[in-house]
Design a protein around this ligand. Structure first.
Ligand code: NDP
Length: 518
């Protein structure tokens, strides 16, 4: 039998007893000089770090990317430089709105985040299992997330908050249609696709650039729960997807995804029928056929959940030379917000935690100190630039090619002529089968029935604009007036909001009661 290690405190001092506190006599009071007790309790009191404000519940694993197509014509990013090249990565999958203890089977988009340990440092791809998003401007993001969380008075999930915001936001209806299809309750993390959702810029050695979107197609085949199956799973095993990922990897049944990209030239982007930088739109496959460029495989479970998964910190601002941001406004907002939230949640040196640290490229700069600095901290080298003591020099060739930009600073309303209803309409009419449509309508009616009637009418009108059949069937399921839904659907977003702004009956009664009391 292997010899067991000797117990120590956090500072390595041997501890002689881990069952009985140090007391003055028996059964006397506990002594403050029991530093092992104080150290143990103090550590326990600080075990929890702030949970992520979104994507709090998740699971992750290590793996690798293997490139199957040479992409150097489009990007100088070294991770795509030759066929067969492998780059290690860490992946985290998550639900979005629930807390850390929430059920994996909730109806919600799923986070699909990848961290590549490249020879040019960290490259993070922070996507979802849906190709689009609810809103196209980051200014709306905190409001949107509030509506998906708990009511501030009751601390309960609130269908009025949920649908009020969405029904007042035409651009959300594409993502809402996907979320309320059975893709909103994927079977688990292994059986779902991932999408960058955003458009990114790729640029090559010659300074030419291209717009790209990423798709990660599951090799396990995309599979979903029905509403009833998801409801059952939430009770039976709230951690089913976390368990499934861990067990599959543990039994060497390694999950994998095919990495596909769509490529658009700057010329094609100029007069494309859809705004290529609007995250509420896809690029239809027939316009930009996906090209397979590699495969992602997950083959190693984390050694410790807290160290590797809870402390994993992804940021869409972590690019490598050859890949850059596009003008997608949601992406621009996320470039700030992810790093900022990690500074709050994990501290100023979160990038030094092993799961987040650059493993294949040394970090050399003039940034120093901060809480929990755990590396050599620049040793005795210069902590300023320029210097004549051999400090790191700017890396030539790492810059993004210059890009044209002109215009006046203002807060511009969105005016692109593509409408918000055509693409979800195509999904409903052409992609979904009869059973998918039936399930979609059942899922919508079940959830939306919890909201006030005026909000139901407003949201049904949005579905009517997506497709008359969809709107009519939602209206029928909710016992709403079809004529009223059709009338609201003919209005502008502003007029529809006014027509359905009537305060709820309960507030009227309160006013009446107040009058009576006076
Ligand atoms: P295609 O027929 O070429 O592609 C349809 C896509 O829809 C496939 O990628 C399929 O994914 C996916 N899909 C199937 N069922 C659902 C569902 N219930 N919810 C969401 N996606 C689903 O058509 P287009 O490219 O012209 O797109 C038509 C519509 O399909 C779009 O408006 C959009 O709503 C949706 N879509 C489009 C994507 C794109 O990038 N073009 C990506 C995903 C969805 P799979 O092959 O994995 O089953």
């Amino acid at each position: 039998m292997a010899r067991r290690k000797k117990l120590t405190n956090s500072f390595g001092n041997p501890v002689d007893n881990d069952s009985n506190s140090l007391t003055a006599g028996n059964p006397g009071p506990v002594l403050i000089q029991d530093s092992h007790l104080l150290n143990k309790l103090g550590n326990f009191d600080r075990e929890r770090i702030p949970e992520r404000v979104v994507h709090a519940k998740g699971a992750g694993a290590y793996g690798y990317l293997e490139v199957t197509k040479d992409m150097s014509r489009y990007t100088k990013a070294k991770l795509f430089s030759k066929v067969g090249k492998q780059t290690n990565l860490f992946a985290r999958f998550s639900t979005v709105g629930g807390e850390k203890g929430s059920a994996d089977a909730e109806r919600d988009p799923r986070g699909f985040a990848l961290k590549f340990y490249t020879e040019d440092g960290i490259y993070d791809m922070v996507g979802n299992n849906t190709p689009v998003f609810f809103i196209r401007d980051p200014l709306k993001f905190p409001d949107f997330i509030h509506t998906q969380k708990r009511n501030p008075a009751t601390n309960l999930k609130d269908p009025n908050m949920f649908w009020d915001f969405l029904s007042l936001t035409d651009e959300s209806v594409h993502q809402v249609t996907i979320l309320f299809s059975d893709r909103g309750t994927p079977l688990n993390f292994r059986h779902m696709n991932g999408y960058s959702s955003h458009t990114f810029k790729w640029y090559n050695d010659r300074g030419e650039h291209f717009w790209v979107k990423y798709h990660f197609k599951t090799d396990q085949k995309a599979q979903n729960f029905t509403r009833e199956e998801a409801q059952r799973m939430k009770g039976e095993d709230p951690d089913h997807a976390t368990r499934d990922l861990y067990d599959a990897i543990e039994s060497e049944d390694y999950p994998s995804w095919r990495w596909e990209i769509q490529i658009m030239t700057p010329e094609q982007a100029k007069d494309y029928r859809f705004d290529p930088f609007d995250i509420t739109k896809v690029w239809p496959h027939k316009d930009f056929p996906p090209i397979t460029i590699g495969q992602i495989t997950l083959n190693q479970n984390p050694e410790n959940y807290f160290a590797d998964v809870e402390q994993a910190a992804f940021s869409p601002a972590n690019f490598v030379p050859g890949i850059a941001a596009s003008p997608d406004k949601m992406l621009q907002g996320r470039l700030f917000s992810y790093h900022d939230t990690h500074l709050h949640r994990l501290g100023s040196n979160y990038h030094l935690l092993p799961v987040n640290s650059s493993k294949n490229r040394a970090v050399d700069n003039y940034q120093r100190d901060g809480s929990m600095r755990v590396d050599a901290n620049g040793s005795g080298g210069p902590n300023y630039y320029p210097n004549s003591f051999g400090g790191p020099q700017p890396a030539t060739g790492a810059a993004e090619p210059p890009a044209d930009l002109s215009g006046q600073i203002a807060r511009y309303p969105y005016t692109h002529p593509n409408d918000d209803f055509f693409q979800p309409g195509e999904l409903y009419r052409k992609v979904m089968k009869a059973k998918d449509r039936k399930n979609l309508i059942g899922n919508i009616v079940t959830h939306l029935s919890g909201a006030q009637k005026r909000i139901q009418l407003r949201q049904a009108a949005l579905f009517y604009k997506v497709d008359q059949d969809l709107g009519s069937r939602v209206a029928k399921g909710l016992k709403l007036s079809q004529r009223e839904v059709a009338r609201l659907a003919r209005m502008s977003q502003e007029d529809r909001a006014k027509a359905t702004a009537k305060p709820p009956a309960a507030r009227k009664k309160t006013k009446k009661r107040r009058k009576r009391a006076a």
